[in-house]
Design a binder for this molecule. Sequence first.
Ligand code: MRU
Length: 350
Amino acid sequence: MSLEPLIPNRLDDEKSALVVLDQTLLPGEVVYRALHTTEEICHAIKTLQVRGAPAIGVAAGYGAYLGAKAAPEESFDAFYGYFSAVRDALAASRPTAVNLFWALNRMDKKVLSMKEAPIPAIKAALKEESLAIHREDIAQNKAISEYGLSLLKPGDGILTHCNAGPIATSEYGTALGPILLGQEKGYGFKVFADETRPLLQGARLTAFELHRAGVDVTLICDNMASMVMKNGWVQACLVGCDRVAANGDVANKIGTSGVAILAKHYGIPFYVLGPTTTIDLDCPTGADIPIEQRDPEEIRSLWYEKPMAPRCKMFNPAFDVTDHELIAGIITEKGIARPPYSESLRKLFE
Ligand code: MRU
């Protein structure tokens, strides 16, 4: 019996709503929320109801369209003033995943290319653009999955961190894409999912998605990755990305860089998977990537009946940067970039 796919983003144009899967409730409950206003969409992104770099990009595209749909039509200036406020509000929802800004820029460019057109035509074009962003993400994920699978052998052990599966993207996912595609082809991978403190995307989402798909998945605490690698159980690490700098440094979920360092120590290839919409050639190095800081209560009290630490100082960055020297390949829909990344990433855009 095949299970119903979980869809992170869907446009319900008739009801002027973005319907998102509320990922904060997984794995316990599958709840879809219809979001009608820019405020509701920003809130859903901030609180990680919709999360994962490509899914945030798709949500931003739909959010920009739905905002524009409500904009005044008496003049281009009035329309663009309203649209710009929606765009800026969405852009302020999360700072690290560049897909958000990429999607908003694309929507903005579409508007500016149609300055002379009637406003209803601009609105119709924005709807088409947001749907195109989503469609393209689906196709990109499939291509990434195929390239990723070409690097793996049947029976391989794979370690992943955070969640870069279908609910963080569109359909196959990025880091989980080769695993799910391999599952369809009978590869029999053995996957280790880091639980990914503090928000537990690995436990709540990756283990859930893989287990649901029938993949052999073993959940481990983040501090067990070294032992699992030392035991010889991991032949490759696959992770997603939130922003790739021009030199190949990669921002991804906090803890990713530690996994990469361990992989280097044990001689295991560490691969990053993501669409080219996650590559930011305007960001020279990882040091230029803005890193989101989140509420420290996520560490102290989120999952506990009672707070599990005193009110001491806390530090809760949502992402870290993996040095490009630790990365064996960056797998995109346009192919696999290899070091030196300052050349290979640029080539992807030629
Ligand atoms: O804070 P999150 O859950 O949005 O962080 C997500 C990640 O870090 C993912 O690994 C990354 O976005 C890649 S998703 C395909």
